[in-house]
Design a protein around this ligand. Structure first.
Ligand code: NAD
Ligand code: ZN
Length: 360
């Protein structure tokens, strides 16, 4: 039987090559709210790239803030940005996040924290946010995480690495322009692209999926095969497929859950500060006993594209590091429940988790 889910989607989606050029027109009706200025959060990669900056529809009162992606978004970063903008300028009309999963999550979280008092730490979790945020628009410049469609903004806090997750997190508008992802370096293109492949595999293989999840997953997996096995990256269709695959892989999770790879990846992220997408690739590579043919297919893509997946990491990890990562992973019961069913504790203990880490 299909599981019952009731979800809010992105309100408006603009897709197509050149759609970034429509951003000014898209923002226009939203400019009069609050103090009447827009904040553009832009991935630091674009700082100094004059041709790109010239395409941002910045008006005199608007602000562009370049965001570093060296670290994943944190509660401290969000609180600091919010306090600074409110103190200097007051409440913006809207936020526009232009970048990858990192910058889009910062834009989503900031939108909410402009209207919800106190620190973002207190809102890490499901439906803890009290009020809708300000207008927020996402413009991905790298594809795979599905952050453009998801209802969460993942933040690292003092205790938890957990999202601000609620209906109001979802973007009011996204602009999907495949031209924007052309400059992503090859390894990063693969790591982030694999996030949508892994989302789709995990969504489709567990117990909490429904038919929507299957439909989105199957389509996203097919498009990943086009991108990473069949076509050259220079083929214009390749970036178009990847951008839509990211969106569909994200939606596959809306109607399902992530599984073993993401649980292990959270451990790698929390303890070693490895970034989400490379951590997923490191973990997925070792999960043949769970994801069988999909891991074979992943390895085939790695070989075909000659991408570097770090190996032999565990030899430098102490037992206490492995213990700490296993503890983070073990404490994600919703992922284990999805991957192995309600009796997951019969097939999974901390030793099995540590065994996977030792193979990395
Ligand atoms: P990212 O945003 O960290 O970007 C990866 C790198 O690519 C960065 O160095 C960035 O500067 C660079 N980059 C971005 N666009 C570029 C371009 N057009 N040309 C050249 N370089 C470019 O990476 P990501 O993999 O997209 O996102 C990872 C983040 O997403 C993590 O913070 C993770 O927690 C989050 N995430 C969120 C969700 C969600 O549902 N909200 C899901 C998965 C991951
Ligand atoms: Zn992911």
């Amino acid at each position: 039987m299909d599981l019952f889910r009731n979800f809010k989607s992105v309100t408006k989606t603009c897709y197509g090559r050149g759609s970034f050029g429509k951003l000014g027109e898209i923002l226009e009706p939203h400019r009069s709210a609050n103090k009447g200025f827009m904040v553009f959060l832009v991935d630091h990669y674009f700082e100094g790239k004059a041709d790109f900056i010239a395409c941002i529809p910045k008006q005199a009162a608007d602000e562009i803030i370049f965001c570093s992606t060296a670290k994943e978004p944190s509660t401290k970063q969000i609180d600091g940005l919010r306090d600074d903008i409110l103190a200097r300028r007051g409440l913006p009309a809207g936020m526009v996040g232009i970048g990858g999963g990192n910058v889009m999550d910062v834009a989503k979280a900031l939108s909410l924290m402009f209207t919800n008092e106190g620190s973002s730490v207190q809102y890490q979790g499901l439906n803890l946010i009290k009020k809708p945020g300000i207008y927020h628009c996402g413009v991905p410049t790298i594809s795979g995480t599905g952050a453009e469609v998801s209802m969460t903004a993942v933040l690292t806090g003092p205790v938890k690495k957990l999202g601000l997750k609620c209906d109001w997190t979802v973007f009011d508008q996204i602009v999907l322009d495949p031209d924007l992802i052309a400059s992503v370096p090859r390894d990063q293109w693969f790591y982030t692209g694999m996030d949508t492949y892994i989302h789709s595999v995990e969504a489709i293989t567990g117990t909490k999926k429904n038919t929507f999840a299957e439909a989105y997953s199957e389509k996203a997996l097919g498009m990943c095969r086009e991108v990473f096995l069949k076509r050259e990256r220079s083929d214009p269709k390749s970036d178009e497929f990847l951008m839509v695959a990211s969106y569909m892989g994200g939606l596959s999770l809306t109607y399902s859950e992530v599984g073993v790879c993401h649980a292990l990846s959270y451990g790698l992220g929390k303890v070693l500060e490895l970034h989400h997408c490379i951590a997923n690739c490191i973990a997925f590579d070792k999960l043949e006993d769970v994801y069988g043919d999909y891991v074979q297919e992943f390895k085939g893509m790695v070989k075909h594209l000659q991408v570097n997946i770090p190996q032999g990491l565990a030899k430098d990890w102490s037992e206490s590091t492995i213990d700490a990562m296993a503890e983070v992973a073990y404490n994600l019961p919703h992922m284990w429940d999805h991957a192995f069913g309600p009796d997951w504790q019969k097939v999974l203990d901390r030793e099995r988790i540590k065994g996977w880490y030792r193979r990395m």
